[in-house]
Design a protein around this ligand. Structure first.
Ligand SMILES: *Cc1c(COP(=O)(O)O)cnc(C)c1O
Length: 244
């Protein structure tokens, strides 16, 4: 997968990509009249192996996202020594893909933020396993805002229903996650992201909960997402340009 011959060149390329993406994210935040510190870049490392993922951490990225639980825990184990070697750094893992409940036990040990909760069954399974491990798991509810049948995620009504469940003890819903529909033009993506932000505002009022995080925007549409209020953008291919 890595077409570059020298690990050193790969590391340099990733470092340059990381700085360029951060510049663009900060510029997009400033253009939207927002504090650049209010947008966090989640480096989506699903395209590369653990050694290359570690290069992104070394470049300064402290939030890594994976779409498969078993890859998340394998990489978390592989990179842990580099993380603990630097007392000034912490690493947060983000689970951005489909989660099977039988993967929760191993995955929750790494305290990931789970962006992709798309059913009551999964929410309750996370609550149960986090309780067993004496943790509080932070999650986002994934909303299908495009109405695209091929997309995963909850309808806006279903999100509201999950927020009303009152017997959860070890799981904390901290926001919403969304993806624009496939092949969406940027104006339409901007509309969809604005609807997610409006849904959040509505839920905060009606359910009386705090939902500070909005995870939306990828390499192709993070500017629109930031303009609409994203606090987390999930960026993969732009960070590994020239590497994958
Ligand atoms: C792969 C993936 C991303 C990153 O997409 P890029 O276009 O490579 O930036 C973001 N979010 C989810 C859920 C993904 O699966």
């Amino acid at each position: 997968m890595n077409v570059m011959s020298q690990p050193h060149e790969t590391a340099q390329r990733i470092r340059r990509n990381w700085m360029a993406v951060n510049d663009e994210v900060r510029r997009a935040a400033a253009a939207a009249g927002r504090d650049p510190e209010s947008v966090r870049v989640i480096g989506v490392s699903k395209y590369v192996d653990a050694a290359t993922t570690e290069m992104l951490f070394d470049a300064g990225c402290s939030d890594l996202g994976e779409s498969r639980p078993q890859v998340l825990w394998q990489k978390a184990e592989a990179i842990a020594p580099a993380v603990s070697a630097d007392p000034n750094r912490r690493l947060r893992w983000h689970m951005i893909g489909h989660v099977q409940t039988n993967k929760l036990r191993r995955m929750l040990r790494f305290d990931p933020l789970i962006h992709s909760v798309d059913s009551e069954r999964l929410l309750r399974a996370i609550d149960q396993e986090a309780g067993r491990q004496q943790r509080v798991a932070e999650v986002l509810l994934e909303v299908n805002i495009s109405g695209d049948e091929s997309k995963t995620g909850l309808s806006p009504e279903a999100v509201g229903r999950l927020l009303e469940i009152s017997d959860l003890n070890a799981v904390r819903v901290v926001g919403l996650m969304a993806m624009a529909g496939w092949g969406t033009e940027s104006a339409e993506a901007a509309n969809q992201f604005r609807s997610v932000a409006e849904l959040r505002d509505h839920l905060v009022e009606s359910a009386g909960c705090a939902l500070p995080e909005l995870s939306m925007g990828m390499s192709g549409d993070f500017r629109e997402a930031i303009a609409a209020g994203a606090t987390m953008v999930r960026i993969g291919s732009a960070l590994f340009k020239g590497v994958i």
